[in-house]
Write a protein that binds this ligand. Sequence first.
Ligand code: IMP
Ligand code: MG
Length: 187
Amino acid sequence: MLPMAAMNPVPLIRAARIRGRVRQLGRELAGAFAGNPGRVPAIVALLDGSFCFVADLVRAIPVPDLRLHFARAASYHGGTVSSGSVTIDALPSCVGADVLVVDDILDTGRTLAAVVAALHAGGAARVRTCVLLDKPARRVPVDGVRLRADFVGFTIPDRFVVGYGLDHDGRYRHLPDVCVLDGVAIA
Ligand code: IMP
Ligand code: MG
Protein backbone atom coordinates (compact mmCIF):
# COMPACT_ATOMS: atom_id res chain seq x y z
CA MET A 1 0.00 0.00 0.00
CA LEU A 2 1.34 3.38 -1.00
CA PRO A 3 1.26 6.38 1.31
CA MET A 4 -2.02 8.34 1.01
CA ALA A 5 -0.31 11.33 -0.55
CA ALA A 6 0.76 9.23 -3.55
CA MET A 7 -2.83 8.40 -4.50
CA ASN A 8 -4.33 11.03 -6.69
CA PRO A 9 -7.67 10.40 -8.48
CA VAL A 10 -7.42 11.80 -12.02
CA PRO A 11 -10.67 12.00 -14.03
CA LEU A 12 -10.92 9.47 -16.88
CA ILE A 13 -14.66 9.65 -17.64
CA ARG A 14 -16.45 12.79 -16.54
CA ALA A 15 -19.88 12.73 -14.89
CA ALA A 16 -21.58 14.37 -17.90
CA ARG A 17 -20.31 11.63 -20.25
CA ILE A 18 -21.45 8.96 -17.80
CA ARG A 19 -24.92 10.55 -17.67
CA GLY A 20 -25.22 10.54 -21.46
CA ARG A 21 -24.11 6.92 -21.81
CA VAL A 22 -26.39 5.74 -18.98
CA ARG A 23 -29.34 7.36 -20.76
CA GLN A 24 -28.44 5.48 -23.97
CA LEU A 25 -28.03 2.21 -22.08
CA GLY A 26 -31.44 2.70 -20.49
CA ARG A 27 -33.06 2.94 -23.90
CA GLU A 28 -31.12 -0.10 -25.19
CA LEU A 29 -32.22 -2.12 -22.18
CA ALA A 30 -35.87 -1.14 -22.60
CA GLY A 31 -35.63 -2.48 -26.16
CA ALA A 32 -33.93 -5.66 -24.95
CA PHE A 33 -36.68 -6.31 -22.38
CA ALA A 34 -39.45 -5.58 -24.87
CA GLY A 35 -38.99 -8.92 -26.65
CA ASN A 36 -40.52 -10.67 -23.66
CA PRO A 37 -44.02 -9.24 -23.15
CA GLY A 38 -45.74 -10.53 -20.03
CA ARG A 39 -42.50 -11.30 -18.21
CA VAL A 40 -41.40 -8.68 -15.68
CA PRO A 41 -37.63 -8.23 -16.04
CA ALA A 42 -35.49 -8.63 -12.93
CA ILE A 43 -32.35 -6.64 -12.31
CA VAL A 44 -29.80 -8.06 -9.89
CA ALA A 45 -27.33 -5.33 -8.95
CA LEU A 46 -24.07 -6.30 -7.31
CA LEU A 47 -23.10 -4.32 -4.22
CA ASP A 48 -21.22 -2.32 -3.26
CA GLY A 49 -19.66 -1.10 -6.50
CA SER A 50 -22.80 -0.81 -8.63
CA PHE A 51 -24.76 1.43 -6.26
CA CYS A 52 -24.33 4.68 -8.24
CA PHE A 53 -24.61 3.06 -11.66
CA VAL A 54 -27.75 1.06 -10.95
CA ALA A 55 -29.46 3.98 -9.22
CA ASP A 56 -29.04 6.08 -12.38
CA LEU A 57 -29.60 3.18 -14.78
CA VAL A 58 -32.97 1.98 -13.46
CA ARG A 59 -34.35 5.51 -13.69
CA ALA A 60 -33.23 5.63 -17.34
CA ILE A 61 -35.04 2.43 -18.40
CA PRO A 62 -38.43 3.48 -19.76
CA VAL A 63 -40.45 0.36 -18.94
CA PRO A 64 -43.61 0.31 -16.81
CA ASP A 65 -42.43 -2.43 -14.46
CA LEU A 66 -39.31 -4.23 -13.36
CA ARG A 67 -37.97 -5.91 -10.25
CA LEU A 68 -34.77 -4.67 -8.61
CA HIS A 69 -32.76 -6.89 -6.28
CA PHE A 70 -29.37 -6.39 -4.67
CA ALA A 71 -26.82 -9.10 -4.05
CA ARG A 72 -23.30 -8.89 -2.76
CA ALA A 73 -20.45 -10.45 -4.67
CA ALA A 74 -16.78 -10.05 -3.89
CA SER A 75 -13.66 -11.28 -5.55
CA TYR A 76 -11.44 -8.44 -4.33
CA HIS A 77 -10.90 -8.50 -0.59
CA GLY A 78 -9.52 -5.00 -0.12
CA GLY A 79 -6.77 -3.38 -2.14
CA THR A 80 -6.33 -4.21 -5.79
CA VAL A 81 -5.51 -7.91 -5.71
CA SER A 82 -8.06 -10.34 -7.14
CA SER A 83 -8.27 -13.38 -4.88
CA GLY A 84 -9.66 -15.61 -7.60
CA SER A 85 -12.44 -16.93 -5.37
CA VAL A 86 -15.86 -15.34 -5.43
CA THR A 87 -18.33 -15.14 -2.57
CA ILE A 88 -21.99 -14.39 -3.33
CA ASP A 89 -24.50 -13.31 -0.68
CA ALA A 90 -28.23 -12.60 -0.84
CA LEU A 91 -28.73 -13.82 -4.40
CA PRO A 92 -32.52 -13.66 -4.99
CA SER A 93 -34.58 -16.51 -6.33
CA CYS A 94 -35.15 -15.77 -10.03
CA VAL A 95 -36.93 -18.92 -11.20
CA GLY A 96 -38.21 -18.43 -14.74
CA ALA A 97 -37.09 -14.79 -14.78
CA ASP A 98 -35.49 -12.65 -17.47
CA VAL A 99 -32.53 -11.41 -15.41
CA LEU A 100 -30.10 -8.58 -16.01
CA VAL A 101 -27.04 -8.61 -13.75
CA VAL A 102 -25.61 -5.12 -13.24
CA ASP A 103 -22.08 -4.53 -11.99
CA ASP A 104 -19.66 -1.64 -11.90
CA ILE A 105 -16.77 -3.21 -13.78
CA LEU A 106 -15.87 -6.35 -15.66
CA ASP A 107 -12.25 -7.09 -14.86
CA THR A 108 -11.05 -10.72 -14.77
CA GLY A 109 -14.67 -11.83 -15.24
CA ARG A 110 -14.67 -14.18 -12.26
CA THR A 111 -17.35 -12.30 -10.31
CA LEU A 112 -19.84 -12.02 -13.13
CA ALA A 113 -19.21 -15.60 -14.31
CA ALA A 114 -19.94 -16.90 -10.81
CA VAL A 115 -23.13 -14.83 -10.44
CA VAL A 116 -24.40 -15.80 -13.91
CA ALA A 117 -23.74 -19.50 -13.17
CA ALA A 118 -25.53 -19.26 -9.82
CA LEU A 119 -28.59 -17.61 -11.42
CA HIS A 120 -28.77 -20.26 -14.13
CA ALA A 121 -28.41 -22.97 -11.47
CA GLY A 122 -31.26 -21.28 -9.58
CA GLY A 123 -33.60 -21.61 -12.57
CA ALA A 124 -33.47 -18.19 -14.27
CA ALA A 125 -34.94 -18.40 -17.80
CA ARG A 126 -32.47 -15.90 -19.25
CA VAL A 127 -29.45 -14.11 -17.79
CA ARG A 128 -27.83 -11.08 -19.41
CA THR A 129 -25.18 -8.77 -18.05
CA CYS A 130 -24.60 -5.02 -18.00
CA VAL A 131 -21.47 -3.28 -16.71
CA LEU A 132 -20.53 0.36 -16.63
CA LEU A 133 -16.88 -0.40 -17.37
CA ASP A 134 -15.09 -3.17 -19.23
CA LYS A 135 -11.35 -3.83 -18.85
CA PRO A 136 -10.90 -6.55 -21.50
CA ALA A 137 -7.11 -6.66 -21.09
CA ARG A 138 -7.54 -8.30 -17.67
CA ARG A 139 -9.98 -11.06 -18.61
CA VAL A 140 -9.16 -14.64 -17.63
CA PRO A 141 -10.90 -17.74 -18.96
CA VAL A 142 -13.47 -19.19 -16.55
CA ASP A 143 -14.27 -22.80 -17.44
CA GLY A 144 -12.59 -22.12 -20.78
CA VAL A 145 -14.74 -19.07 -21.58
CA ARG A 146 -13.70 -15.40 -21.63
CA LEU A 147 -16.82 -13.61 -20.45
CA ARG A 148 -18.28 -10.77 -22.48
CA ALA A 149 -20.94 -8.48 -21.07
CA ASP A 150 -24.11 -8.03 -23.12
CA PHE A 151 -24.22 -4.29 -22.38
CA VAL A 152 -21.14 -2.16 -21.72
CA GLY A 153 -20.99 1.53 -20.83
CA PHE A 154 -17.32 2.18 -21.57
CA THR A 155 -14.32 0.06 -22.48
CA ILE A 156 -11.27 1.26 -20.56
CA PRO A 157 -7.55 0.52 -20.52
CA ASP A 158 -5.85 -1.61 -17.89
CA ARG A 159 -5.78 0.99 -15.10
CA PHE A 160 -7.19 0.91 -11.58
CA VAL A 161 -10.20 3.20 -11.44
CA VAL A 162 -12.31 4.67 -8.65
CA GLY A 163 -15.35 6.91 -8.34
CA TYR A 164 -19.03 6.66 -9.33
CA GLY A 165 -19.30 3.71 -6.93
CA LEU A 166 -15.89 2.13 -7.47
CA ASP A 167 -13.55 2.09 -4.52
CA HIS A 168 -10.06 1.48 -3.31
CA ASP A 169 -10.33 -0.02 0.17
CA GLY A 170 -13.71 1.66 0.68
CA ARG A 171 -12.52 5.09 -0.42
CA TYR A 172 -13.41 7.34 -3.39
CA ARG A 173 -16.85 5.77 -4.14
CA HIS A 174 -18.45 9.21 -3.81
CA LEU A 175 -16.51 10.86 -6.65
CA PRO A 176 -18.87 11.83 -9.51
CA ASP A 177 -16.27 11.07 -12.23
CA VAL A 178 -14.62 7.73 -12.94
CA CYS A 179 -10.99 8.43 -12.10
CA VAL A 180 -7.70 6.65 -12.54
CA LEU A 181 -6.00 6.20 -9.20
CA ASP A 182 -2.45 7.24 -9.82
CA GLY A 183 0.18 5.19 -8.10
CA VAL A 184 -1.83 2.00 -7.66
CA ALA A 185 -0.34 -1.06 -9.29
CA ILE A 186 -2.67 -3.84 -10.41
CA ALA A 187 -1.58 -7.24 -9.16
P1 IMP B 1 -13.59 -9.51 -11.54
O1 IMP B 1 -14.22 -10.65 -10.81
O2 IMP B 1 -12.10 -9.62 -11.58
O3 IMP B 1 -14.19 -9.22 -12.90
O4 IMP B 1 -13.76 -8.26 -10.61
C1 IMP B 1 -14.85 -7.49 -10.59
C2 IMP B 1 -14.86 -6.69 -9.31
O5 IMP B 1 -13.54 -6.27 -8.93
C3 IMP B 1 -15.64 -5.46 -9.55
O6 IMP B 1 -17.00 -5.64 -9.20
C4 IMP B 1 -14.94 -4.46 -8.67
O7 IMP B 1 -15.50 -4.48 -7.38
C5 IMP B 1 -13.52 -4.93 -8.56
N1 IMP B 1 -12.63 -4.18 -9.47
C6 IMP B 1 -12.02 -4.61 -10.61
N2 IMP B 1 -11.29 -3.66 -11.18
C7 IMP B 1 -11.45 -2.56 -10.40
C8 IMP B 1 -10.95 -1.21 -10.50
O8 IMP B 1 -10.22 -0.81 -11.42
N3 IMP B 1 -11.34 -0.37 -9.50
C9 IMP B 1 -12.14 -0.75 -8.47
N4 IMP B 1 -12.64 -2.00 -8.35
C10 IMP B 1 -12.29 -2.89 -9.31
MG1 MG C 1 -17.55 -4.72 -6.94
